[in-house]
Design a protein around this ligand. Structure first.
Ligand SMILES: *[C@@H]1O[C@H](CO)[C@@H](O)[C@H](O)[C@H]1NC(C)=O
Ligand SMILES: *[C@@H]1O[C@H](CO)[C@@H](O)[C@H](O)[C@H]1NC(C)=O
Ligand SMILES: *[C@@H]1O[C@H](CO)[C@@H](O)[C@H](O)[C@H]1NC(C)=O
Ligand SMILES: *[C@@H]1O[C@H](CO)[C@@H](O)[C@H](O)[C@H]1NC(C)=O
Length: 284
């Protein structure tokens, strides 16, 4: 099937900064500018206009939506940014090593336009060089924006304190990789730092029962010979204990996928996923 190869090529071509690595010019990241850019992105999506984003982007910025590089060339045509969305929930995490942010966005109030979106924004030289979004809507895996919003609002994503209790960047990335490796690697699940309680929010499906013994292990892959989850892009925030990984979910129609994990005290506490199969309904 040709589409997969096309998507992979486009995703690979879209990035100047090596994924999951430090900013190559080794300049410290400007968190103020990163916050302003995340706000500009939200303003653009709220207005359905590119203008707020163009105020913070480098001339050569790229826009990737559901793993496809779309040249926006000054217009929102063909992208979700063309739609003005009411933002019912928004959380932004900061990777101050790779100069990148991850924003989780839910728009659930308009029944005709429900969206759950994850967006990674990368910076270089104080400007935005890429906006990379996983956009899920009706037809996406287990999609129901209203339910997703309800579950998100019950969770407790506070800054990990004290700072000495934070997990390192490498621990967080390894947890994300071990989790995503479970589909293609029989020993990966043993490397996931399972915690208790732990809850998974996959699309709108929630494994939590609001109990202290909630487990994330129910229904994890037993078939480890599936196509791997490839072309991973990371945003790691030690203060939030979080790792956001975007990838190609090859074993489900080459879907565009977002997985975000939060660890507390070295143990997995939350998993959020968004999985879009483009214009088709996702199915295994
Ligand atoms: C960081 O970014 C802010 C907002 O764009 C800017 O005002 C400030 O001068 C920058 N700081 C540095 C050290 O460049
Ligand atoms: C794009 O522009 C940024 C900021 O001006 C620069 O750091 C980066 O190297 C450029 N990337 C490419 C692929 O030209
Ligand atoms: C959220 O987590 C913080 C830090 O662990 C804790 O102090 C607070 O009580 C928690 N809030 C809720 C509603 O569980
Ligand atoms: C499988 O997962 C284990 C545990 O994370 C890891 O050590 C090993 O390198 C992985 N194997 C492959 C082929 O990726």
């Amino acid at each position: 099937m040709k589409t997969g190869a096309l998507v992979l090529a486009l995703v690979t071509g879209g990035h100047a900064v090596p994924l999951g690595q430090a900013n190559p010019d080794s300049s410290p990241c400007n968190q103020t500018a990163m916050a302003a850019a995340a706000d500009a992105y939200i303003a653009a999506q709220t207005a359905g206009q590119l203008a707020p984003l163009l105020a913070v982007t480098a001339a050569n910025w790229t826009y990737i939506e559901n793993n496809k590089d779309i040249s926006l060339a000054g217009s929102t045509a063909g992208s979700i940014l063309a739609k003005a969305l009411k933002v019912d929930h928004r959380r932004t995490n900061y990777d101050i090593t790779a100069c990148a942010t991850y924003t989780e966005l839910v728009s659930a109030s308009d029944p005709d336009n429900p969206y759950v979106i994850g967006t990674q924004i990368r910076h270089a030289g104080q400007q935005v060089v890429s906006v990379d979004s996983i956009v899920s809507t009706t037809g996406a895996w287990l999609f129901d924006a209203k339910k997703t919003l309800e579950h998100i609002l019950q969770e407790n994503w506070t800054t990990i304190l004290p700072a000495s209790a934070r997990d390192t960047r490498s621990v967080l990335q390894a947890a994300g990789d071990a989790y995503l490796d479970m589909w293609s690697n029989a020993t990966a699940s043993a490397a996931v730092p399972w915690g208790t309680p732990c809850t998974r929010l996959e699309g709108s499906a929630y494994t939590g029962h609001n109990r202290p013994d909630d487990s994330c292990k129910a229904g994890i892959p037993s078939n480890h010979n599936q196509a791997p989850n490839t072309h991973r892009r990371y945003v790691i925030d030690e203060t939030m204990g979080s790792v956001s990984v975007f990838c190609v979910w090859e074993h489900m129609m080459n879907a565009a996928d977002s997985h975000e994990l939060r660890l507390e005290g070295g143990k997995l506490r939350y998993v959020h996923t968004m999985t879009s199969c483009g214009s088709k309904a996702c199915k295994l």
